[in-house]
Design a protein around this ligand. Structure first.
Ligand code: C2G
Length: 130
């Protein structure tokens, strides 16, 4: 049984999120998703997500290629989460390329290409202009 783990905020859920989760699941038997907490998001981006962490976790849990979801409270706890869920592969989009290589002695790391031309930030800007 091979377990893959990935992390993200997944705010204003969109096709780029679906694509990375769908592709990640193909690398293993089980896909675990760490959903960044509202406070972690504030510390990274200086704003709270549009959707609350409870709503974001519920959306992620409802997807057919996601097997388990948990709340990610700190970027530095990656290794603890990897060990807790017994993951052997960490997958992130390539906007994070190299940033989580420090877990490599314990877990393989793969950065997949992002889906072009869509992001939560761009969607927020488009909606603001309507
Ligand atoms: N993503 C993608 N294509 C897009 C947009 C996002 O492949 N067009 C991927 C990102 O690369 C990431 C995942 O979708 O792997 C979630 O994206 P975000 O919600 O933006 O995640 P982020 O806020 O970067 O949080 O511990 C890591 C962080 O929690 C990642």
């Amino acid at each position: 049984m091979k377990t893959v783990i990935t992390f993200g905020t997944f705010d204003v859920f969109h096709i780029g999120h679906v694509n990375i989760l769908e592709r990640s699941k193909k690398y293993g038997d089980k896909l675990i998703v760490g959903v960044s907490s509202d406070d972690l998001n504030f510390s990274k981006k200086s704003r709270y997500p549009i959707y609350s962490q409870d709503h974001r976790m519920k959306i992620l849990s409802s997807l057919k290629f996601v097997d388990e979801v948990f709340l990610e409270e700190s970027l530095e706890l990656k290794l603890e989460y990897i060990k807790k869920y017994d993951a052997s592969l960490l997958i992130m989009g390539d906007d994070w390329k190299g940033r989580f290589d420090w877990v490599k002695p314990e877990c393989d790391v793969l950065y997949l290409p992002r889906t072009p031309s869509i992001s939560t930030t761009e969607l927020i800007e488009i909606v603001k202009k309507i």
